[in-house]
Design a protein around this ligand. Structure first.
Ligand code: KE4
Length: 431
């Protein structure tokens, strides 16, 4: 009897006690099929599954592991922190240090509140925007994901005047009735929405480089219109940088685009792999938050001393001179290599990257919106995903997810990835 696949065994056990066998849906491989890999350990650019098979990791915990797994300075900081205590439920100096470090790197923020997940940060920023403006309506874009707070689990209504409908059971339509869902990069729609509802809009929330539809950039014109229309109508511009913050560059997507949002939502990298996220902005807005102001927000583990130690140690490393130049160069070499491999085999393919974040599409264009991304041939993507997985390369198990390169990925890892993809492109040649 060949060695039983330990991932199958664990998956069966997991499904008996955890819905779908996972604690976050995308991990279940339902979009790509097959058995999720149960990871036993990780180091640098790699992790090993339950069969002790090694993979080059392009998930990086969906963004946080920008230094790679187990960076010595981060491990040391966490080990020291846990010996001082896991959690106090009282303020600590380290929370001040992390807040100061974030504010030094995100000039649009004068104050920041630490929380434990991107969902919590986006949800809180939304409540703050509504509280600070006294308005109810919000704008989001199809293809952007801001966590699973009820008001943000919305799909587009039938037209501009109509508001969104819930994308999830358990979300009453009353909760999403104030959420307008527009097409990403569609300036005409944006202008119409503000013309119709401008004075009732509390905020516009956007991923300025959208990693939840793989990798779609807001055009500079679109991003500027979002900024200008929010200013003109007194709505707050909220950049959800949970994924792009400290990932696409030291100053995030707002640094790449040169746009100053009113509020910024952060997560992933700032926690270095521990549960930590944040939201922040100008003092006048942030001081609307409890305990100073009327907008309530709280959290047992907010600013957790171990998570803040992990985040601080991570930020210290990425703030070092040359970090992003080296990371960007490595990511670009991956993207250019994949494009060349696909072209050599006559496969429709395009890709883009910024800093340590990349995306690719099995089409020759770079999509500008969600509808175009979703025209991807699922079967072709799944074949590529599993072909890479079999060759020890782990990319996102869904075509609408971005990829992440860490400082630990070597040139050899990049070359091996490109070669693996070339073999798959070649094999999928029409005979
Ligand atoms: P969390 O609640 O998962 O920490 O963050 C929610 C969130 C908010 N905003 C953006 C732009 C995000 O990308 C996310 C979470 N990203 C997904 C990956 N696309 C996390 C992976 C998962 O859901 O398991």
């Amino acid at each position: 009897m060949p060695n039983a696949d330990q991932n199958d065994i664990l998956f069966e056990r997991a499904r008996a006690v955890i819905p779908g066998g996972v604690n976050s849906p995308v991990r279940a491989f339902r979009a790509v099929g097959g058995t999720p890999r149960f990871i036993r350990r990780a180091e640098g650019a790699y992790f090993w599954d339950a069969n002790d098979k090694r993979y080059i990791d392009y998930i990086g915990s969906w963004g946080p592991m920008i230094l790679g797994h187990g960076h010595p300075a981060v491990v040391e900081a966490v080990q020291k922190a846990v010996l001082e205590g896991f959690s106090y439920g009282a303020p600590t100096e380290r929370e001040i240090e992390l807040a100061e470090a974030i504010l030094a790197l995100v000039p649009s923020m004068e104050m920041v509140r630490l929380v434990s997940s991107g969902t919590e940060a986006a949800m809180s920023a939304l409540r703050l925007a509504r509280g600070a403006t006294g308005r109810k309506h919000i704008i989001k874009f199809e293809g952007c994901y801001h966590g699973h707070a009820d008001a943000l689990l919305v799909k587009a209504g039938s037209g501009l005047a109509t508001f969104g409908h819930p994308t999830s059971a358990g979300v009453p339509p009353e909760v999403t009735q104030h959420t307008l869902v527009l097409e990403y990069n569609n300036i005409a729609q944006l202008e119409e929405a503000f013309a119709l509802h401008g004075n009732d809009i509390a905020c516009l929330m956007i991923e300025a480089i959208a990693g939840n539809m793989n990798f779609v950039r807001a055009t500079p014109e679109f991003a500027k219109r979002c900024r200008d229309l929010c200013t003109q109508h007194g709505a707050l511009l909220v950049f959800d940088e949970v994924m792009t913050g400290f990932r696409v560059g030291l100053h995030g997507a707002q640094g790449v685009l040169g746009i100053t949002p009113d509020l910024t939502v952060l997560g992933k990298v700032i926690g270095g792999g521990m549960p930590l996220a944040a939201f922040g902005g100008p003092r006048a807005i942030m001081e609307q938050l409890a305990p100073l102001g009327p907008v309530y927000q709280a959290g047992t583990l907010s600013g957790n001393p171990v998570a803040t130690a992990c985040g601080l140690a991570t930020l210290k490393e990425i703030a070092k001179p040359g970090f992003y130049e080296a990371l960007s160069k490595k990511t670009q070499s991956l993207v250019e290599g994949l494009k060349a491999a696909a072209a050599a085999e006559g496969q429709p393919f395009n890709a883009d990257s910024e800093g340590g974040m990349f995306g690719f599409f099995l089409m020759n264009e770079l999509p500008q919106n969600y509808a175009t991304v979703m025209t991807t041939d699922n079967a072709k993507f799944n074949a590529l995903f599993h072909g890479l997985l079999d060759r020890g390369v782990y990319i996102a198990p869904a075509l609408y997810e971005a990829g992440f390169v860490s400082a630990a990925h070597s040139d050899e890892d990049i070359a091996a990835t490109i070669e693996a993809a070339r073999q798959i492109f070649k094999a999928s040649q029409p005979r």
